[in-house]
Structures are given as structure tokens and as C-alpha cells.
Design a protein. Sequence first.
Length: 258
Amino acid sequence: MRSSLRIAFAGIVAALAAAIPSSSAQAQPTQPIYLQYDGYVRNKDGGFTLAFGYYNMNNAAVTIPAGDSNVFAPTPGDRRQPIVFLKGRHRFACVMVVDKSFTGPLQWTVNFAGKAQTTTLKALDPLYELELNSEKRVLQGLDLASAPKNICVNRAPVLQVVVSPFEAPATEAVELAGKVGQDLAINAQIEDDGLPRGSKVTSNWRKTSGPGDVTFTDVATAATHVKFAAAGNYELSLSATDGEKSSSLKVTVRVADK
């Protein structure tokens, strides 16, 4: 009897193991990647700067090499578009400069998890002309005169600090307040276009001025905590590089006594 029970129990365990996905299977991305055409900017020379983005619905980065499943049309299909899709929404992931002869169409298609997503056919529809704030973001760090045409242009990482959940992230003139000996959270973020392909963005915090010692919980991450040893005005700097392009952001902190 005991032998029969052991056999039956072993069979139940085997059936349950087969029914429950393994951790490796669960980790496999299965959700689609949605593409978006962010819009365009009219350049002073009569050309245009086009911007494309994506929304990766998976809780992990997804790699899709340039080819049939990651392609622009018309040719060339490989226009240096992203091949590593980070989780979440990423606007302006591909910024492309075209000359005044461009009339469209230009569409980006990604096929993943059995679903193909393609950007709009109407690249120059007036409804897609970007408003001022988005225009500044697209053109930030971009030299239109020297930028290569018709391919995604590598731009420096974009640095920003979330000061309030009710305001847009600040990209310049960031001012915070803290107290001596108390941790101050700095919710900084880095957005990058993934170019050059295969590159990795590295960042670093440092103190550039101030009356006392400054301690960071981690100088190599954008979002960090900082502690000040003395009261006064401080200037901190966050820098980031993709190995080819670099950018920095200054943060002013007014530190009061306890």
C-alpha cells in the first residue's frame, strides 16, 4: 500500500511540475512592443527632424536585431534604429534628420510576440508637428548642420530630475532643499537612445562646490541619496556618457541646520 501511495504521489508531483511554468519560462517576454511616431520639427533649412519612440510592455529589455522583424520602409531597412528595447515607454528613441526633399512616407515596423506594430504613414501630417517643449527635447544636443541624414542620430544621454509628481521633470536649473545630517533623495533619471549599438551608459555624481563634505549612497546611479555635513549652498553635478556622447546636469541644494 505504501509503495502504491508513493507512486501515486510521485505522479501528482510530476503533473504539477509540468503544469507550473518554470522560472526561466516565466521570464520570457511575451508581450508586444508598441511603436509610436512622436512627431516632427521643421528645421530652418527647410528639412525636418523626425522622432520615433516605443513602449515595451514586458518587464524586461528585449533585443530585436535589425532585419525583417525590426525594419524601416522604404529602404534601407536598417537606419540605426534601436535593437534593444528597454521596458516601459521611451519617446524620441530614434531621431532622424531628413532634407527638404522629404515628403514621406517613412515607417518603422517591429514584429515581436507574434504581433507586428508599424508607425503612421502620415509622417508630415500637421497634427504631428511637435510643440515647443517636445521640440527642445528632440533637438537637445543635436547639431543639425553636421548630423547624418536619414538614419537615427546618436544624441547625448538626457538627464532630468523629478522634483514633484505634479510637474514635468526638470532638465536644468534644479534647486532642492535639505538639512544637515539627513538623507536627501534625488530622483534623477537618464534617457538614452541606445546608440552606439552595444554601448552602455555610465553615470557619476560629484560635488562641485559647497562648504562641507557630501556623501552619496551610490555615485554611479542616477537616482541616489545624499547627505551633507555642514549647512550652506552646494552644487552637485550628474554626468553621463554612452561612450561617444556625454552630458551633465547641475543640481543646487540649500542645506539648513538640523
